[in-house]
Write a protein that binds this ligand. Structure first.
Ligand SMILES: CC(C)(COP(=O)(O)OP(=O)(O)OC[C@H]1O[C@@H](n2cnc3c(N)ncnc32)[C@H](O)[C@@H]1OP(=O)(O)O)[C@@H](O)C(=O)NCCC(=O)NCCS
Length: 328
């Protein structure tokens, strides 16, 4: 196995208090608990209140991660906030988090790689640390997708939820840490999963609200096929680069989009479901937050233990996809 450059020294998470169940959704659009459960495996998702901003949720998750890593906020030199639903478009959510956290010595920026954002951001952190530009990096994956979902569109509103996960990435001191990463994108497929308006090409307007282009739009079945293919490929790449096979992996954390995507990916990758983490039933798809939330849950539950080999894999809008093997 490759010698790691960085390790994940601490993790944290925050998920909003409010739960939106399938039953609740069936009163809002024509759907049912049975349909949603069978097609997606999702039973409920968390929805942020007006005060549960990304900076607010991020601060709580970050403080947990800092405590685990034994670091104070002013020791963080870089904040990378992976999100597709920033609190504002300008300035970055990472800057808002920096202020909320009191991380006065940090440079802060957002990373846009949708649901693959956490893996992309950890890889950027690895590069910055490797080149001597950073030492203690706070990586956050966080979303408030409920704010950009159309709750009259039953094909998307059932899928998404809100939450934040955090990790401290710092130089590896031994054999534990990130042993391989793989990143890929295909911008030609952007319109299969996108939010057409709200940026500078089609600014937010009464018209873009009226025609709903301000909300996320998705070609579900197409996205499904690409997700399985790309995540399967990404699993192979990260394991190959680490010189490992599926048998060497103790825990696999796939992006939590849909239980059928997770099962199909695991099957193609030859990974038994006993090794595969699933929490999509409780949180739905929280995009960039899904992997760090699941990671933190597993670490705190003791399911990921020292010495374990963990495979992370994600796919999202862009399209973007990526994977990472981490020796715990
Ligand atoms: C969205 C998704 C659950 C839809 O499931 P599907 O089995 O592909 O269903 P389809 O889109 O083919 O729709 C089948 C039917 O169910 C209907 N339907 C869609 N959403 C529904 C809902 N919430 N409740 C009930 N019926 C629904 C459709 O209108 C369609 O009806 P029709 O046959 O009368 O036209 C599935 O495509 C999916 O999970 N795709 C990937 C999405 C994803 O994970 N995106 C994020 C990637 S990071």
């Amino acid at each position: 196995m490759n010698k790691p450059i960085v390790e994940i020294a601490g993790t944290g998470r925050y998920t909003p208090e409010r739960i939106l169940t399938n039953e609740d959704l069936s009163k809002m659009v024509t759907t049912s608990d049975e349909w949603i459960t069978e097609r997606t495996g999702i039973k409920e998702r968390r929805i942020s209140s007006d005060t549960e901003t990304l900076a607010y949720m991020g601060r709580i998750a970050a403080e947990q991660a800092l405590e685990e890593a034994g670091l104070a906020a002013d020791q963080i030199d870089t904040i990378l906030f992976a999100t597709a639903s920033p609190d504002r478009l300008l300035p970055s959510t990472a800057c808002d988090l920096q202020a909320a956290l009191g991380a006065e010595n940090a440079a802060a920026m957002d990373i846009g790689a949708a649901c693959s954002g956490f893996i992309f951001a950890v890889t950027v952190a690895e590069g910055m640390i490797s080149s001597g530009k950073a030492k203690n990096v706070l990586v956050i994956g966080g979303e408030r997708l409920s704010r950009i979902v159309d709750y009259e569109d039953r094909s998307t509103c059932i899928l998404f939820g809100d939450g934040v996960g955090a990790a401290i990435v710092r130089p590896a001191t031994g054999d534990r840490g990130v042993v391989s990463t793989y990143l890929k994108s295909d911008g030609r497929l952007a319109e299969l999963l996108w939010r057409p308006a709200g940026g500078s090409s089609i600014p937010a307007s009464a018209e873009s609200v009226e025609d709903k282009s301000i909300y996320m739009q998705m070609a579900g079945p197409e996205v499904f096929k690409h997700a399985v293919k790309s995540m399967t490929d990404a699993c192979d790449r990260a394991m190959e680069m680490a010189g490992l096979t599926g048998d060497d992996i103790d825990v696999m954390i796939p992006h939590q989009a849909n239980v059928r995507i997770i099962k199909a990916t695991a099957k193609h990758a030859g990974m038994p479901m006993e090794k595969v983490v699933v929490n999509v039933d409780r949180f739905g798809n929280t995009s960039a937050a899904s992997i760090p939330i699941a990671l933190d849950e597993q670490i705190r539950a003791g399911t990921i233990k020292k010495g374990d080999t963990v495979l992370l894999v994600a796919f999202g809008a862009g399209f973007t996809w990526g994977s990472m093997v981490v020796k715990w």
